[in-house]
Design a protein around this ligand. Structure first.
Ligand SMILES: Cc1ncc(COP(=O)(O)O)c(C=O)c1O
Length: 384
């Protein structure tokens, strides 16, 4: 188990850059979409494949991989390893949670109208049980206590929110939302994919009941692997919607058919795991821990500060909420006139960002530099 939260000093950006071959090809500022694989992640996965020979299956020699990954993910969010289960992606994690919760006809689930669909459709799909998916207007870019006070009622059983919203990078106040949920008897479910790896997150301090997170964005892991956190005290409230060969006690005794779910979050893992993915995600998280999550947050906020100042000076409208407590590593802005043209200009100059709705979204990570972030404004020029 890892003991410390990593060095507080930010390592040399140059040293971090050396781990990212992508820096030789382009200015990559698109981690809110997908992260490039670092050298250590690629090396770890290649080595695993090379060392494993032609066939590798569920063998005890690989057990440490899942155990280590469970431990580092738990450490990352201040949970216990027994509260972590591996899933394919955020959406599959939220589906498991939504369908495991003891919700009844007439209950409602609140989320705001800026959530990514992975945290919307699983709740809408509960309509068949008579559960209302209550999509409420976002308040300044996310979900606030004011909105909960306005739209929640005695039948609100779940509040679902992203730690950081995908469109404009609005940082939800998880601590405030967690307090509200606990006081009102609602489960608090968090989609953490847009912040985990780039900012600290503490499930205990924020009273988060369930969390789902895919690996390929800020955690910089390979595609197809994520995890859920499930607060231990709540395990007995849940009815796992799926059962498989690995979700039960004594699973090695294949034909005992002892249908007793494992006592921890592994009960949500249904069958053979994505071992290569686990090797990659483990290397990715260790890399971030080495850099220091708090230091990464400070650095990415510094880079986005520079970007905001530069774009404002050039006359662009920043779509992201600029209140300090709402800021994250994501900044979205608007261009007057043709956004597609501006987007193409950036892409043509090998600056990789996203176009989301009418905004251009920029999302630097730990290895990006001040010079790289300055390229956005330099290439676009002044707004008028
Ligand atoms: C807030 C949020 N949740 C989830 C996802 C991805 O969902 P999944 O991991 O299910 O593919 C994204 C991707 O853009 C996102 O921004």
């Amino acid at each position: 188990m890892v003991q410390s939260r990593g060095p507080s000093r930010y390592p040399e950006v140059d040293a971090l850059r050396a781990a990212f071959p992508v820096t030789k090809h382009c200015t990559y500022l698109n981690h809110a979409a997908i992260a490039p694989l670092s050298g250590p992640v690629r090396a770890a996965m290649s080595k695993f494949v090379a060392d494993s020979g032609v066939i590798f299956g569920r063998e005890s020699r690989y057990e440490h991989i899942s155990n280590d990954l469970r431990a580092v993910l738990a450490w990352l969010i201040n949970a216990a390893p027994e509260e972590i289960a591996f899933v394919q992606n955020t959406g599959s994690g939220i589906n498991i949670i939504a369908n495991a919760l003891p919700l009844q006809d007439g209950d409602n689930v609140i989320f705001c109208d800026i959530e990514f669909p992975s945290n919307v459709y699983p709740w809408m799909n509960l309509r068949r049980k008579g559960v209302e998916a209550r999509c409420v207007p976002n308040d300044g870019g996310g979900l606030t206590i004011d909105a909960l006070e306005r739209y929640a009622d005695a039948r609100t059983r779940v509040v679902a929110a992203s730690s950081v919203e995908f469109l404009t990078g609005f940082k939800n106040d998880l601590q405030e939302l967690g307090i509200w949920c606990r006081e009102h008897g609602a489960y608090f479910v968090v989609d953490a994919i847009q912040s985990l790896g780039a900012a600290p997150l503490d499930v205990q301090a924020c009273q988060i009941d369930f969390l789902a997170c895919g690996g390929p964005k800020w955690l910089m892991g390979p595609l197809g692997l994520g995890f859920i956190y499930c607060r231990h005290e709540l395990l007995d409230d849940l009815a796992p919607p799926f059962a498989g060969s690995l979700s039960v006690v004594g699973w090695e005794d294949w034909r005992d058919y002892n249908f007793t779910f494992l006592p921890d979050a592994r009960r949500f893992e249904i069958g053979t795991e994505n071992l290569i993915g686990q090797v990659g995600l483990l290397a990715a998280v260790r890399f971030l821990m080495e850099a220091g999550i708090q230091a990464i947050e400070r650095w990415t906020l510094h880079l986005t500060d520079l970007l905001i100042e530069d774009l404002q000076r050039r006359g662009y409208h920043i779509a992201s909420n600029l209140e300090q407590k709402r800021r994250s590593a994501i900044v979205s802005f608007d261009v007057p006139g043709d956004v597609d043209k501006a987007f193409k200009k950036l892409t043509g100059a090998k600056v990789v960002v996203s176009k989301r709705e009418r905004h251009i979204r920029v999302s630097p990570h730990c290895y990006n530099t001040e010079a790289e972030i300055a390229r956005v404004g330099d290439i676009l020029g002044n707004a008028h």
